[in-house]
Design a protein around this ligand. Structure first.
Ligand code: DI6
Ligand code: FE
Length: 404
């Protein structure tokens, strides 16, 4: 008797993104068969049994199918917004003037502390919907705008709740070591104590974080302070990642590699030794061209060095109210190509396979391969390069999350 599937997508052109195939792993006359939300077959139509049965057969009419997109670095959940600060900056206001006018990261922390979990979910939903509308099926969301135990937990709970409100996989990261809250009175060590002794254990106990993140930078936390956060995460059995080398080279990439971090993110100032350490550790370089663009940075991440040493590169939006108010992964790919000179294949891999690798979920999504969740984006394009090439245009025809 012929095998029965839930769904078959046929007459498709596949960009499988399989790591064992060059470029995008293209298959011209492709077919995907799914059962129970998982891919059972993704390959040539000719090699698939012609008599296979399915509850539903979908004719893709020659459209391109990629894995569902993965945004592996966002600060999607926060209170308020910083449009006024943007206006002031365009009128020439300084950092101090903006802070005095109630702007800066502290203003987002104040607004987030005031917001209920329902408020946080409601304000994040349109941003999440924008990502989903462009084919995202997996989105990472960080805390880091609470900076006290209660609000950090609420931010993470709001992030988890978003995953129950929409058909999308949410991965959460605890970023208590994002900035110093006003009540810390400038004492970073004492605040890191609070992060390690109170916040992280509470977050781990509640099961609200998949990963632990930190911001290692002159304006944020030192290598020593980051190390304490990472050692606590390790003791709690949580993997780590790091905001590293964004504004200066403090050796963040190497520190991330030392802790076998899933990813090191930003990396504008990373040196060759950092890249080599990342390659050895298998730490993914997450590049964030939205932040580079928005803060008018001029130092580019060392893409050529990452290539040379075989560091995997992902691209993400870094969606946040201060340095990257971006909710388009497609625009992030265009910026990756235009600003960082990444190739089309690198950009598309960066928002699929490598994004999944950066989140530690490559075994379940990020490529079109049997055994993975059936997370697909079906596009009205003639060739995959159009996804990267166009600006402000959404050619998504259909999105499939877990086979639906
Ligand atoms: N890197 C950044 O650029 C931001 N956070 C981070 O870790 C800025 C966040 C903000 O200004 O709200
Ligand atoms: Fe960030």
């Amino acid at each position: 008797m012929a095998e029965r599937f839930d769904r078959i997508w046929h007459n498709a052109r596949l960009a499988t993104l399989r790591a064992d195939r060059p470029d995008l792993g293209e298959i011209e006359h492709g077919l995907i068969a799914a059962r129970g939300g998982h891919i059972v077959y993704a390959g040539a139509e000719a090699d698939f049994p012609a008599d296979a049965d399915a509850i539903k057969r979908i004719d893709c009419e020659g459209r391109w199918v990629t894995p569902g997109l993965v945004d592996c670095h966002t600060h999607l959940v926060y209170g308020g917004n910083r449009a006024h600060e943007f206006e002031l900056r365009l009128k020439g206001a300084s950092y101090e003037e903006i802070a005095r006018a109630g702007g800066g990261i502290v203003s987002t922390v104040a607004a987030t502390r005031k917001a209920s979990e329902a408020d946080l979910v409601a304000s994040a939903l349109p941003r999440l919907d924008a990502l989903i509308g462009e084919g995202a099926t997996t989105v990472e969301i960080k805390s880091g705008y609470g900076l006290d135990t209660e609000t950090e937990l609420r931010q993470l709970a709001a992030a988890r709740s978003l995953g129950r409100k929409r058909p999308v996989s949410i991965r959460t990261s605890f970023l208590g070591a994002h900035a110093l809250p006003p009540e810390a009175d400038g004492d970073k060590d004492r605040y890191i104590d609070l992060v390690c002794k109170e916040m992280l254990p509470a977050v781990a106990k509640a099961g609200l974080a998949d990963v632990v993140d930190a911001f290692m930078e002159g304006i944020a936390f030192s290598g020593e302070q980051t190390t304490r956060v990472f050692e606590t995460a390790r003791a709690l059995g949580l993997p780590v990642k790091l905001h590293a080398d964004q504004l200066s080279n403090l050796g963040g990439a190497a520190l991330a590699a030392k802790f076998s971090a899933l990813s090191a993110d930003h990396l504008e100032h990373t040196d060759e030794a950092g890249a080599v350490a990342m390659a050895k550790a298998g730490t993914v370089a997450v590049l964030l061209p939205g932040a580079f663009y928005f803060i008018r940075e001029t130092q580019k991440p060392p893409v050529e060095t990452f290539r040379k040493h075989g560091v995997n590169m992902a691209l993400a939006t870094d969606c946040n109210p201060g340095s990257s108010p971006l909710t388009s992964l497609l625009l992030a790919t265009n910026m990756g190509a235009t600003l960082f000179r990444m190739t089309v294949a690198e950009c598309i891999a960066g928002v699929t396979r490598e994004g999944a690798r950066a989140l530690g979920v490559l075994h379940e999504t990020g490529t079109l391969e049997a055994g993975k969740w059936c997370d697909l984006a079906i596009w009205d394009v003639e060739r995959p390069a159009e996804l990267v090439y166009r600006i402000g245009f959404n050619p998504l025809h259909h999105r499939v999350w877990r086979g639906q």
